[in-house]
Write a protein of this length. Structure first.
Length: 166
């Protein structure tokens, strides 16, 4: 997917974020800081990470500035409601920054924290891949807890199988 228009990109990104939020809504409120293994991300860590990496790495890089990623600890938000609010607040700030990008900006090179020069639209595409990766983690965690999650695209794999010719 090549990003040639910031408005179309933001419309697409909004759909991605909406599906991520639908999965986050399935997290039991009392399990926000649960993890399957000590030292691994909790649900809250994943959500705070999505918030801070979007705002302080991707949005900073989109302004052709270095990353200011501060981590993902509970000092940013603790508890279900506060963590979700933090995610939404950081997202609003990021969208405000992204919405000001021109076509020329999208085609300029930015510098990643790893020291790689990359075309900005490709870096924004990587941001979406990053979110989908962490949404997958949340799915797995919910599966470990035996929490039912609605299908992202309307049908479960079992429903697709039943409706398919084979």
């Amino acid at each position: 997917m090549e990003i040639t228009n910031i408005e179309m990109f933001l419309k697409y990104y909004n759909k991605i974020r909406s599906r991520t939020l639908n999965v986050i809504k399935c997290i039991p409120h009392d399990k926000m800081e649960w993890t399957y293994k000590q030292g691994k991300f909790t649900f809250g860590d994943i959500i705070r990470h999505l918030a801070t990496i979007e705002r302080y790495m991707y949005a900073e890089n989109a302004q052709f500035k270095p990353s200011k990623y501060p981590g993902h600890g509970q000092e940013f938000a603790s508890g279900y409601e506060a963590t979700l609010k933090f995610l939404n607040d950081m997202h609003e700030e990021s969208i405000d920054i992204f919405s000001r990008l021109s076509i020329e900006d999208l085609n300029k090179k930015c510098m990643t924290p790893g020291g790689v020069s990359i075309t900005l639209w490709k870096w924004l595409r990587a941001m979406i891949e990053h979110e989908v990766h962490h949404r997958g983690q949340i799915f797995i965690y919910l599966g470990i807890l035996e929490v039912e999650v609605p299908p992202l695209y309307g049908l479960t794999s079992e429903e697709v199988l039943r409706r398919s010719n084979h």
